[in-house]
Design a protein around this ligand. Structure first.
Ligand code: HEC
Length: 120
């Protein structure tokens, strides 16, 4: 009997625990990405001249800035792997992400900004 109750309650608990962004529509995710700007002035400049062209534009294949769900599996790869992707290029992304004055620290800050979650 107790097991039946648990089985009945589990879906309710799972639904209640969904993070808010899981229910955002693609349009809301795109609008959020378009509005995001790094707080640091240097990062904001680099971002607006490079990453933003793809990472705030739906349909480019790039995970959109602030789309935590899209970034979660990338964040899970870890920062060293993501640095290899950015610097060397990865699938649809050109080497360096079209940022010609980014340092390694800039890339890390920009990845954390776009992922909107810890990336280690
Ligand atoms: C010309 C378009 C373009 C630009 C500019 C661009 N990216 Fe990307 N980026 C992509 C695409 C497309 C993907 C997804 C590749 C895939 O998984 O198919 C991607 C994926 C990534 C990933 C995930 C890589 C992985 O291993 O999963 C990171 C990190 C990233 N971009 C960082 C950046 C940073 C930082 C900048 C700016 C310095 C930038 N990108 C600029 C197109 C771009």
């Amino acid at each position: 009997m107790r097991r039946e109750i648990l089985v009945l309650l589990l879906p309710l608990v799972l639904v209640a625990c969904q993070p808010a962004e899981a229910v955002r529509s693609p349009a809301e995710i795109a609008a959020h990405a378009a509005a995001m700007v790094p707080a640091d002035a240097r990062q904001a400049d680099l971002y607006s001249h490079a990453c933003k062209a793809c990472h705030a534009t739906p349909g480019t294949g790039a995970p959109l800035a602030g789309d935590r769900a899209a970034w979660a599996p990338r964040a899970a790869k870890g920062m060293p792997a993501l640095m290899t992707s950015v610097i060397g290029g990865y699938k649809g992304m050109p080497a360096g992400g079209q940022c010609f004055s980014c340092t390694a620290d800039d890339y890390k800050a920009l990845v954390r900004f776009m992922a909107d979650q810890p990336v280690n």
